[in-house]
Design a protein around this ligand. Structure first.
Ligand code: IMP
Length: 428
């Protein structure tokens, strides 16, 4: 069983960390292939709660080699901050490998992210403000700074000069901010070079060799399908490929290496930031989901927008990623509801859409067509087999499975590491 990808099936925050955790002990490498410190994995181990933004959650598992691959954008200060915090709690972080080709988030990327959002006014994306978009934009524009540039001061200086030539015009003349000096950026980046050096590797080669040896590699997608720059609700998306295909380009392994794609889907839906969200609730049901599910951003602390499960989105995700298994998280949050609506299709100006409308304008004013399922009131957090779940909870899962385009192989029933019902082996 060589390579598996974990991806978010909705708009992020589905609880991917828990699924990674479920596979602990069977994984040799865990790879972050997209995004940066805009992500937020919360992993609960015993009484300890770990919130990771940049590091892959597999870093918490003994024996696993964590890899930050070429598709990631790295804020080096945040990287060292997280490494130090984990070390202080006794986590061994010495195995971390970082791609020489990963791009670096600098001070000017963070500044541009924030001022661009401010200028967009009510058209803003609601980014995390971490500099993600501007860093990927520089990568595509071929004016980015890569990790390997930190080991050649001359090259680094030339690249920062070229980038700031443009950026300072923008910052000063358009955004009315102060210019940023080349020295400030170069000195800052160089100050990390020696600490970084031992971690930097040709990670594509490392992963290739691991796969050749028959070792198991888990690719952990940041963000989610509906935030993918190509397949999400553009422009209300992140700036990377958060879908399964991104695991190949974002790490340098061949796509035919991947044989399991695990989609993480919440038993309801949440979203942070702006953009269309057909099942969003503005009433006390939304408040119930937010409170009970503790739906506040791991990275920004923002309250998440909450709504019912959206089956056309799950089907879309299953198709775009080639999902082999879904892990449904947070089923316990629905406990106590009398009836649970599930979106089965959309209505757009009187026309029924069973699948996502291709036009973003249609999707913006799609209203959900719901089917309702009876709820349950029993505490399900102790359930460890499907049969332990109340009949109505089983029926809810089975109904959703039939609509969602792939089997639901595991079900999260509480925040703890072991609060999960496994129906099928995710790697088999
Ligand atoms: P950016 O990734 O900071 O550029 O933000 C773009 C959009 O993606 C915004 O709507 C963010 O709220 C959203 N986003 C980015 N990372 C995450 C995440 O890990 N979970 C949920 N939403 C995210």
């Amino acid at each position: 069983m060589p390579a598996a990808v974990i991806i978010g099936a909705q708009w992020g925050d589905e609880g991917k960390g828990k699924a990674t955790d479920l596979l602990a002990g069977r994984i040799d490498y865990v790879v972050k292939f997209n995004g940066g410190n805009n992500a937020g994995h919360t992993v609960v181990i015993g009484d300890e709660k770990y919130a990771l933004h940049l590091l892959p959650s597999g870093i918490l598992t003994d024996g696993v080699t964590p890899v930050i691959a070429n598709g990631v954008v790295i804020d080096i200060e945040v990287l060292f901050g997280e490494l130090e915090a984990l070390s202080a709690r006794g986590v061994d972080v010495s195995k971390l490998l970082i791609s020489a080709n990963a791009h670096v988030i600098t001070h000017y990327h963070r500044t541009l992210d924030k001022v661009t959002e401010r200028f967009l006014g009510k058209r803003q994306i609601g980014t995390t403000g971490r500099g993600i978009g501007p860093t990927y934009a520089d990568k595509i524009n071929r004016v980015g700074i890569r990790i390997q540039d930190l080991f050649d001061e001359n090259i680094l200086r030339q690249k920062v000069e070229a980038a700031l030539d443009q950026k300072n015009h923008l910052l000063v003349k358009v955004f009315n901010r102060r210019a940023i000096s080349v020295d400030e950026i170069v000195d800052d980046l160089l100050s990390y070079a020696e600490r970084l050096r031992p971690m930097v590797a040709d990670t594509a080669l490392v992963l290739h060799e691991a796969l050749e040896r028959g070792e198991t590699v888990l690719f952990e997608g940041g963000q989610a399908t509906m935030l993918d720059v190509d397949h999400g609700t553009y422009p209300f998306v992140t700036s990377s490929n958060a879908t399964a295909g991104g695991a190949a380009t974002g790490s340098g392994i061949g796509p035919n290496r991947i044989d399991r794609v695990i989609g993480i889907v919440k038993a309801y839906t949440t979203r942070v930031g702006a953009g269309p969200f057909p099942t969003e609730l503005f009433d006390e049901s939304g408040e119930f989901l937010r409170k009970t599910g503790f739906e506040f951003g791991t990275t920004t602390g923002r309250p998440r927008r909450c709504g019912w499960y959206d089956a056309p989105i799950a089907r879309y995700t299953a198709r775009i990623n080639g999902v082999t298994d879904f892990v449904m998280t947070k089923l316990d949050v629905l406990t106590g509801l009398e009836r649970i609506p599930v979106c089965v299709a959309y209505d757009v100006d009187g026309q029924r859409f069973d699948e996502l409308p291709v036009s973003q304008s249609d999707f913006h004013h799609a209203t959900p067509i719901y089917e309702e399922f009876p709820g349950w009131s029993e505490d399900i957090s102790g359930a460890r087999s499907f049969e332990d779940l109340p009949k109505n909870a089983q029926d809810y899962v089975l109904a959703i499975e039939a609509m969602s385009g792939a089997r639901i192989s595991a079900i999260g029933v509480g925040p703890g590491r072991d609060a999960i019902v496994v129906r099928h082996d995710l790697l088999d």
